[in-house]
Design a protein around this ligand. Structure first.
Ligand SMILES: *Cc1c(COP(=O)(O)O)cnc(C)c1O
Length: 343
């Protein structure tokens, strides 16, 4: 069968050969007893990498974010989110169903909010009001198109949080894409938040798993919530072995995904009837409009599929393409040629 060019998501990445070997050879134990040496090594490595006291391996990014919200709040609290934040948009209403908190949404520009936007929705003390306990940021921003929140913005929001006694959590599913694009150590991003979640399973190619990190006592609390949600795993060192390689071997190559995304975006901008805002293409996500063609996004995506290219519609007339380890520069050329022939 001809190989498909799969641009639906960086979650589609397959574990590398080296990961599969490490998984086979992983030393394991029961992690609920704290006895899986490979998990323990991954958590130490992850905490060190992001500059936090402790880290915890969790089955998915969604569970990691939900645990984080639960560990920062009490039922009835309010949390502040960008209006298209993953935690609000794509996590099945978990913050209300599981944490019992109410979302307060702040619209951003391509997903990016600033301190002033947040300050406007802060409440005074009043018997009628819920307590605002948490601000959630997302860097890079998924629905924004992989956009980056600048460090100065994060620093100001953290300053506001300190002033008002509100914690800041970073949904950093793709935080290594942000650090790569900004050419900074990831610690320089994460020092502006109280906790972070990042995915091992997206651009970093692990088959399963995410990390949450924060202060030691907060991680103790988070561990209880992980167990509550059914995320206490046993010989999961098999999975952690791949996650270790995500951190040690896969971060530096993200720059290649960004180059491919930039090449794709530039090529698309030169195609008649395709509209793309190049300023939003900052990392590995390329979102564009086909509004000027006579096709709707689902039909466009079907046409691409027939030609061996997979891409997701993200609106009636919008298509998203994501670059990753299993897509190379030649694939980008083929994709552009195909789209040119279609429109
Ligand atoms: C993918 C993603 C998640 C969730 O990760 P899963 O492992 O798919 O549950 C959370 N936040 C953002 C911004 C994401 O892109």
């Amino acid at each position: 069968m001809e190989r498909l060019i799969d641009l639906r998501s960086d979650t589609l990445t397959k574990p590398t050969e080296k990961m599969r070997r490490a998984m086979y050879e992983a030393e394991v134990g029961d992690d609920v007893y704290g006895e899986d040496p490979t998990i323990n090594r991954l958590e130490e490595l992850a905490a060190e990498k992001v500059g936090m006291e402790k880290a915890l391996f969790v089955p998915s990014g969604t569970m990691g974010n939900q645990i984080a919200v639960m560990a920062h709040t009490e039922r009835g609290d309010e949390i502040i989110l960008e209006s298209e934040a993953h935690i609000y948009y794509y996590e099945v209403g978990g913050i209300t169903a599981l944490a019992g908190v109410q979302p307060r949404l702040v619209p951003g520009k391509h997903g990016i909010v600033n301190k002033e936007d947040i300050e406007k929705v802060l409440r005074s003390k009043n018997i009628h009001y819920p307590e605002t306990k948490l601000i959630c940021l997302e860097n890079t921003h998924n629905r924004g198109g992989g956009t980056i929140t600048p460090l100065e913005t994060m620093e100001k929001i953290k300053g506001l949080g300190i002033e008002k006694g509100i914690s800041v959590h970073l949904d950093g599913a793709r935080v290594f894409n942000a650090s790569t694009a900004l050419q900074v150590d990831v610690k320089d991003i994460i020092k502006h938040v109280d906790s972070v979640m990042f995915c091992l399973s997206k651009g970093l190619c692990a088959p399963v798993g995410s990390i949450i990190a924060g202060k030691a006592d907060w991680i103790e609390k988070a561990k209880k919530y992980r167990k509550m949600l059914g995320g206490g795993m046993r010989q999961a060192g098999i999975l952690a072995a791949a996650g270790i390689l995500s951190i040690t071997d896969m971060v530096d190559r993200l720059a290649e995904d960004h180059e491919n995304a930039a090449k794709l975006a530039k090529g698309l901008s030169e195609v008649n009837k395709i509209t793309i805002d190049l300023s939003t293409v900052q990392t590995n996500i390329v979102a564009f409009s086909i509004e000027k063609t006579d096709m709707q996004a689902p039909a466009f995506s079907n046409q691409l599929k027939k030609r061996g290219i997979l891409a997701n519609p993200i609106g009636p007339e919008r298509i998203r393409m994501v670059t990753h380890n299993d897509v190379n520069a030649d694939d980008i050329d083929s994709t552009l040629d195909t789209i040119k022939s279609m429109v």
